[in-house]
Write a new protein. Structure first.
Length: 804
């Protein structure tokens, strides 16, 4: 395995790097420079293994998977990579000799925020697991110059600042200029008879954007595998610009240059919503085309005939954002490799598999045909033909039934329907939790399910226990290893061995100590870095995720306000002190979500200013929730708030991170909560609220009136008084009452309050609480992304591990 053999060797290399990179001796280095030096050293250290991994894959012609995702929410890499090389302790000790504390170095790394939330973080967990399992799998995405915005809270309100994460460079990447490819936009495409009379496509007068790859090594966990995350940057080409200048069109030339560079400039800040902007469509085609061209080039060099592409290559699309991979592969196979439509279609559908990540209708991607056609004329011709052939098959089976065609058409209503394209053009369609996968079959993608039942399957999400337990919570990791040994590190399902220790008083006591320690670490951090004071002896009740109405941060804060009012009326009320922690970004254009942040901050202030409540309650909204802040929060949580309207949260993954860290789930029967509940039972989780089928029935049949609840429930009426505090909140009140509470906040209010009381009741029983905590940790192994990825490899990709 790659290592620095001794501390002496590490120190020698470190001194050399300091000289080469910064012309400084060790004493003169800043913390940031130390970070950059170590990152560069790790990159050097693994370079042989990286080359070796490539060589073995190519030499053995192993089957490989490419995971296409428009987001990879990586989080910091230094700690992860040190852990993966088993070099953390050596590095720590060497730095100590130089007078540095490794813990001061980690925060110097900016969070690569190349993602919004769940979908992007899942992609990051998945490439980590592929490398850990020694699977030949690589990521493909965009090297955004600006990641997800930096969130500031000013006067209780969210303000978005640009996230210039690349300001000081990104030491993990290697630019591969020689591997650049060109991507075509615009122009005209048409078919004309070629040699022998067969139709061939002519595409002319297009603009060319250069795609330059930056490769990031993805290290396996203490093995020698180094896979690749390839991030594409967009550049203009001189040829294209000079071409325009030759005709004297300066305006057009500059416009081209500007637009080309814009493509990889910023990440769209929407989570689970669709924004039909031209630049976004350009981003989607850009990384898909660049990625696929480079895969094909590499494939032909090392593997051979494009006719066998699907035997060796699996292409996975993370939601529909990369779904243009389907027509793009058709284009390459037909236009560049000269294959027939039929052969190309077989190869394409055999290669591509699709994961759906949401059933929210507002997230389904649809592109206007005129815009699509103008931007991607050749790709449009292919999509048009895919659609024509597909509808022909539908017509044959259901002659004369227009509605059948409408339901499944790819082109309809002057729009390109990307989910339809993704299903028709792939061999596998999966949801991300059991419940979600069922809903896809019976609702969202129902007409497709009747056509292709064999394509549909479930792959419940997972998270990498290396980052979310081992790296984030070393205290708990040590306790687990002391108790059941280390096997679980490589085989997380073996955490089950911990379950009996829930009945062991000595173990529970140590677990309680660990939790207490983690709460103190968080409190100290927030005090030092953010001037926030927490009571580490209160219950830490945490809801951290993107701000969204369906996730119901509103339900949480209305309950807090309800408690506050109770305390004001009855200051002697006997409740355990509770700290409610919120964190999450709202899309800049999502008004209600932003107002909810304001509401949380308003309630926080009300409580702080009233000693009757402040003794028992505390609310904090943490600015700029991101991966690295998450790593401090999950270990400190007692209660995991997973309270989405049932059926709306496809899976959730924060729920799993809490579980690994021994928090108790307070949740609805939604997404993967259902499976968490299935693992630990009623005894070790607290479930409340409408079930998914009830929610669906209300949507279909009506029968819910939020006004009725308001009129009949005094607690609800009183809770809503907080919305009269500020005219801004009128919008929320309207959503709850005049717009009949789309997300059943009022309907579930009573049951949520009761569930919160149940949490308190259980917390008073310390023995029972830590037994539950133990059971949750013991059963969390099932939610490791290693399990998920092994299922993808076995059941979708047909992929074997390769020893390096
Ligand atoms: C983002 C953009 C478009 C569509 C879906 C998303 C998204 O982030 N969905 C989330 O994916 C996670 C990973 O599968 C799930 O855990 C979340 O429930 C889901 O909302």
């Amino acid at each position: 395995m790659r290592t620095w053999k001794t501390k002496k060797e590490f120190k020698k290399l470190f001194i050399e790097k300091a000289e080469v990179l910064f012309e400084k001796n060790v004493k003169e280095l800043s913390h940031r420079e130390v970070y950059q030096i170590i990152a560069t050293m790790i990159k050097d250290l693994v370079s042989d293994d990286w080359i070796q991994t490539e060589k073995i894959y190519n030499h053995k012609r192993v089957r490989q998977v490419y995971y296409f995702s428009i987001e990879f929410l990586l989080g910091r890499l230094l700690n992860t990579n040190l852990l993966n090389c088993d070099m953390e302790e050596l590095c720590r000790s060497a730095l100590q000799d130089f007078g540095f504390d490794l813990e001061d170095i980690f925060p110097e790394e900016p969070d690569p925020g190349l993602g919004n939330g769940g979908l992007g973080r899942l992609a990051a967990c998945y490439i980590d697991s592929m490398a850990a399992l020694q699977l030949p799998g690589h990521g493909c995405s965009i090297r955004y110059q600006y990641g997800l915005f930096d969130q500031r809270i000013i006067d209780g309100q969210q303000v978005e600042l640009p996230d210039a994460w690349l300001r000081n460079g990104f030491p993990w990447e290697i630019k591969k200029s020689d591997k650049a490819v060109d991507v075509r936009f615009g122009g005209h495409a048409y078919m004309r008879p070629g040699k022998g009379g067969a139709l061939v496509c002519v595409h002319e007068q297009y603009n060319t954007v250069r795609a330059v790859p930056y490769d990031v090594p993805v290290l396996g966990y203490q093995n020698r595998t180094v896979n690749t995350l390839r991030l594409w940057k967009a550049e203009y080409t001189r040829e294209n610009m000079y071409g325009q200048l030759r005709y004297g069109d300066y305006r057009k030339a500059l416009q081209y240059k500007d637009q080309a560079q814009q493509i990889s400039r910023f990440l769209y800040p929407n989570d689970s919503t669709y924004e039909g902007r031209k630049l976004r469509l350009m981003q989607e085609y850009f990384f898909v085309s660049a990625g696929l061209q480079s895969i094909m080039r590499h494939y032909k060099k090392h593997y051979g005939s494009p006719k066998l592409f699907d035997r060796y290559i699996a292409l996975h699309i993370n939601d529909t954002h990369p779904a243009l991979i389907i027509p793009e592969l058709m284009r390459i196979l037909m236009d560049e490799e000269g294959l027939s439509w039929e052969d190309s279609w077989r190869i394409t559908t055999n290669s591509v598999a699709y994961t759906n990540h949401t059933i929210l209708p507002e997230a389904l991607e649809r592109w206007s045909i005129p815009m699509f056609q103008e931007l991607l004329p050749r790709i449009f011709l292919i999509v048009d033909e895919i659609n024509r052939r597909w509808l022909e098959a539908v017509q044959q089976r259901f002659p004369g039934q227009e509605d059948k065609a409408r339901e499944v058409a790819i082109l309809w209503n002057n729009q390109v329907h990307m989910a339809s394209l993704a299903v028709v053009g792939s061999h596998s369609v999966n949801g991300v939790a059991k419940l979600h996968s069922e809903i896809l079959k019976i609702n969202t993608l129902k007409p497709f399910y009747t056509w292709f039942p064999e394509r549909f399957n479930n792959k419940t999400n997972g998270v990498t226990h290396r980052r979310w337990l081992i790296e984030s919570n070393p205290q708990l990791t040590e306790l687990i290893c002391d108790t059941i040994g280390k096997d679980w590190v490589h085989a997380p399902e073996k955490l089950l061995a911990l379950e009996p220790f829930g009945n062991d008083a000595a173990f529970r006591e140590r677990l309680a100590e660990v939790k207490q320690k983690r709460k103190e670490i968080l409190a100290e951090y927030l005090h030092k870095e953010r001037n926030i004071t927490l009571n580490p002896h209160s219950i830490f009740d945490i809801q951290i995720k993107r701000m969204h109405m369906y996730k119901r941060q509103l339900l949480n804060i209305l309950h807090v306000y309800h408690l506050y009012r109770q305390l004001v009326e009855n200051p002697g009320m006997d409740i355990i002190p509770r700290t409610f922690i919120f964190g999450g970004k709202a899309a800049a254009s999502y008004g209600e979500a932003k107002i909810t942040i304001q509401l949380i901050n308003t309630v926080a202030r009300l409580i702080d200013q009233d000693y009757r409540a402040a003794r028992k309650l505390k609310v904090v909204f943490l600015e700029n929730y991101n991966v690295s802040l998450g790593q401090k929060l999950f270990p400190a949580a007692d209660v995991s708030e997973q309270i989405s309207t049932a059926s709306k949260e496809a899976s959730g993954t924060g729920n799993m991170k809490f579980m690994f860290n021994g928090a108790i789930t307070l949740g609805t029967m939604d997404g993967a909560n259902v499976e968490i509940h299935q693992e630990v039972g009623d005894e070790h989780s607290v479930i409340f609220g409408l079930r998914a089928d009830e929610v669906q029935r209300y949507y279909q049949e009506g029968g819910y009136s939020s006004w009725d609840i308001y009129n009949s429930d005094a607690d609800v009426r009183r809770a809503l008084e907080v919305l009269e505090e500020n005219p801004m909140f009128g919008q929320l009140r309207e959503a709850l009452l005049d717009r009949n509470d789309e997300f059943f906040v009022l309907k579930d209010f009573k049951s949520y309050c009761a569930a919160q009381q149940e949490i308190e009741r259980r917390y008073r029983d310390t023995e029972g609480w830590f037994r539950s905590s133990t059971v949750n940790i013991a059963h969390a192994g099932h939610f490791s992304s290693d399990r998920s990825i092994q299922e993808y490899a076995d059941e979708i990709w047909n992929l074997d591990a390769v020893k390096i």
